[in-house]
Design a protein around this ligand. Structure first.
Ligand code: ZN
Length: 269
């Protein structure tokens, strides 16, 4: 029952994320005007804006002019709803849930805007960095121990985030200077943000997963002939995915890896 509520809550947040994704790259207000159809400019009634259901009921078309509603509207609502449900079953409703939900929403918006526009917006990244700096001493207090850090005190937690964020920023900055065609300034700032979020050594796992997944995708697209060697591919979605997986399950993944490595060493000696 509460799972359904978590899904509906997530789908509604997803609906707001869609507004953000549509408007923020154009510098438009998120609250005004109310949502309207891009094709016929009619304001949408609340019946047109029920998350997930409206899209399905209207079969992806505007009620007034039958213009196609982008598939992404449904995608964002459904994915946000599903992730929130997962978070509810893992954490219940509480402060951890709220923090997790905020991180998931942030990463979805960053990833989808980068996919659609090839942009990582400063007006998202800068406020997020400030919030993360303020939060960084308190992860344990929030119940999110990032347990691979042990249980650090406030200062240790803050310094860990700061070092991981600065380190990731500098490494990506150097890569971008050496190989300017690969990534942009937005990716560099996002790397710093992810370091602040997941700390060290989580940042290594997050960015390693992003590079591997991004590399595999690039090779696949190249082999399928969908992209030429010179076309660029947004890297932000892979970084966001790596960060989310690490934030949610980094401790488990690293624990397994250590076990695996220890067994390997044991087998050799
Ligand atoms: Zn319309």
């Amino acid at each position: 029952m509460w799972g359904v509520f978590a899904f509906l809550f997530g789908a509604s947040v997803g609906s707001f994320l869609n507004v953000t994704i549509d408007r923020l790259p154009h510098g438009q207000s998120l609250v005004r005007p109310r949502s309207f159809c891009d094709a016929c400019n009619r304001s949408l009634s609340s019946l047109d804006m029920v998350p997930v259901l409206s899209y399905l009921w209207l079969r992806g078309r505007c009620r007034y002019c039958s213009a196609k509603i982008p598939m992404r509207i449904l995608f964002t609502e459904a994915v946000t709803g599903t992730l929130f449900t997962f978070l509810y079953f893992r954490y219940g409703f509480g402060i951890e849930f709220l923090v997790m939900v905020a991180v998931v929403s942030l990463m979805l918006v960053v990833a989808i805007i980068d996919l659609e526009h090839g942009l990582i917006l400063n007006r998202i990244i800068y406020p997020a960095i400030i919030v993360l700096l303020i939060l960084s001493p308190f992860w344990s207090e929030l119940g999110l121990s990032r347990s691979f850090l042990g249980t650090p005190d406030l200062l240790a937690s803050f310094l860990n985030s700061l070092v991981a964020g600065t380190g990731a920023f500098l490494v990506f900055l150097i890569i971008t200077i050496i190989y300017p065609a690969g990534m942009g300034g937005g990716d560099v700032k996002l790397a710093g943000l992810i370091g602040l979020l997941v700390g060290f050594p989580g940042v290594l796992l997050a960015l390693w997963m992003a590079v591997v997944a991004g590399g595999l995708m690039a090779i696949t697209l190249l082999v399928l002939g969908k992209k030429g060697r010179k076309d660029s591919m947004p890297f932000g979605p892979f970084m966001a995915a790596g960060a989310l997986v690490t934030f949610l399950s980094g401790a488990e993944i690293m624990g397994r890896y250590q076990e695996f490595a220890a067994n390997l060493v044991g087998a050799w000696t």
